[in-house]
Structure formats: structure tokens, C-alpha cells
Design a protein around this ligand. Structure first.
Ligand code: AP5
Length: 222
């Protein structure tokens, strides 16, 4: 292949807007979106062995054991499409052990994006979030209401989006964040996630275009 594809990690507290930005990044850059939350939710829906192992943890807002999630992600990253088109890893690594597993395998991103949003805003975003099970699109009852009555009627709420569970998810996030950021301090780009989603995407877009350009320059010099 002519160009080394982009490899991106996106992180941030629950409801910081990772999934929302990933929809836009994928549309523009064609990366393979690997969201551990989405992968786990479809395992749960399918009633698979991984799903059965993960269900209780997810519903109570705790982290699924590292071994389960790490094996799932490494399997997904090693597929041909991810190697060819590049990848966008969303919601992983979420613990120091998960980050270390990737480091040991020499799997590193070009950039580690961290979305920064104040706590009080995160709670409101979670409680108002709705998902379209048909398209996978993310909505919010106030910020991004559905376009039609038909979509509105089928929207679902995640079982872990109650105020109480969001608070405990946020606490778990805070316990792990420093150790993960320190693993990627050389690749870290902090982004203010408390702005409109288009403004945030504008910043991510120019950053990714810049990184792509640098990769191509480096490649042609070698
Ligand atoms: P996961 O699905 O990854 O949940 P999360 O990290 O808590 O993130 P969210 O999906 O809640 O939020 P988001 O940042 O994607 O925000 P969104 O774009 O939807 O994980 C779920 C569970 O799976 C975990 O608790 C754990 O049990 C398990 N799990 C997953 N990964 C794991 C791992 N690596 N290890 C172990 N366990 C793991 O936006 C939120 C809302 O805000 C939406 O309504 C949206 O419309 C709105 N919104 C978005 N952007 C904006 C904006 N700019 N302005 C206004 N509103 C906005």
C-alpha cells in the first residue's frame, strides 16, 4: 500500500462525546471504528459467552475484566480491514493493564485524543442520551433530538445511563485516567469537548489531516 493508514485512540469520561466524534471521523477518514462499548453491547445482545461474562459489569457501570476486553480488541485490530484502512479505537485502553498489553505488542496510535468535559455536563448528557437500535446513531433528548416521529418511537435508553450509575462510571474513569495518559503522554492531544460537536470535529479534523501529511512526508523521506 502507498500510505501508512492512520491509527487513532479517542478517550474521555462517560458521555464526553467519543461516539459522536467517531461517527464524524469515520465518515471523513474511513477508519475502522473499534468501540469496545459497542462491541460488548452487541455481544450482550447476541447472548454470546463474552456477552454473558460482560453483562453484569456493564449494567452496574463497572469495567469488564481486562482479559475479556483485551482479547476482543486485539482480535479485532488484527483483521485485514483495520490494517488496510487504519483504525479508530474508542473506549480502549481503559486501565493501565490494558494499555500495557498494547504496548507489549508494540501497538501504538499516531495520536491519543482526550476529550475534556466538566462533570456536571457529563451527567446531563448521559441521562438525556438515546440510541437508535436500527442505525446505531446517538441522540440526545435536548441537544440532538431525533429527526422523525418514526425514529423517536424506536429510541432506546442504555441501562447504565441513570444518574447514579453515571456517577460511579465517572469515578472509575478518574481512578484510571492518569495511568493511561502517562502511557501516551508523547502522543496526547487534549481537546475541549464542551463546545458544539461541529466545532470539536473541526479541530480534530485539522489535527488528523496534519498528522496524515506528516506521515506521508516521513514515508517519502525513507
Ligand atoms: P462505553 O460504551 O465505552 O461507555 P462510556 O465510555 O461510558 O462512553 P459513552 O458511550 O457513555 O459516551 P461517549 O463518550 O461515547 O459519548 P456520546 O458520543 O454517546 O462503555 C460502556 C461499558 O462497557 C463500560 O461501563 C464498561 O462496563 C464496558 N467497557 C467498555 N470498554 C471497556 C474496556 N476497555 N474495559 C473494560 N470495560 C469496558 O455522547 C453522549 C451524549 O451527549 C449523547 O446523547 C450525545 O448526543 C451528546 N453529545 C455528544 N457530543 C455533544 C456535544 N458536543 N454537545 C452536546 N451534546 C453532545
Amino acid at each position: 500500500s502507498q500510505n501508512e493508514p492512520l491509527k487513532v485512540m479517542i478517550s474521555g469520561a462517560p458521555a464526553s462525546g467519543k461516539g459522536t466524534q467517531c461517527e464524524m471521523i469515520v465518515q471523513k477518514f474511513g477508519l475502522v471504528h473499534i468501540s469496545t462499548g459497542d462491541l460488548l453491547r452487541s455481544e450482550v445482545a447476541a447472548g454470546s459467552e463474552i456477552g454473558n461474562q460482560a453483562k453484569e459489569y456493564m449494567n452496574s457501570g463497572r469495567l469488564v475484566p481486562d482479559e475479556v476486553v483485551t482479547a476482543m480488541v486485539i482480535g479485532r485490530l488484527s483483521r485485514e480491514d483495520a490494517k488496510e484502512k487504519g483504525w479508530l479505537l474508542d473506549g480502549f485502553p481503559r486501565s493501565f493493564a490494558q494499555a500495557q498489553s498494547l504496548e507489549k505488542m508494540k501497538i501504538r496510535p499516531d495520536v491519543f485524543i482526550a476529550l475534556d468535559v466538566p462533570d456536571e455536563i457529563l451527567i446531563d448528557r448521559c441521562v438525556g442520551r438515546r440510541l437508535d437500535p436500527v442505525t446505531g446513531k446517538i441522540y440526545h433528548i435536548k441537544n440532538f433530538p431525533p429527526e422523525t416521529e418514526e425514529v423517536k418511537a424506536r429510541l432506546i435508553t442504555r441501562p447504565d445511563d441513570t444518574e447514579e450509575k453515571v456517577k460511579s462510571r465517572l469515578q472509575i474513569y478518574k481512578q484510571n485516567v492518569e495511568a493511561i495518559l502517562s502511557t501516551y503522554s508523547d502522543l496526547l492531544k487534549k481537546i475541549d469537548g464542551n463546545r458544539s460537536k461541529d466545532v470539536i470535529f473541526g479541530e480534530i479534523n485539522s489535527m488528523l489531516l496534519q498528522i496524515k501529511k506528516e506521515k506521508e512526508t516521513r514515508k517519502s523521506e525513507n
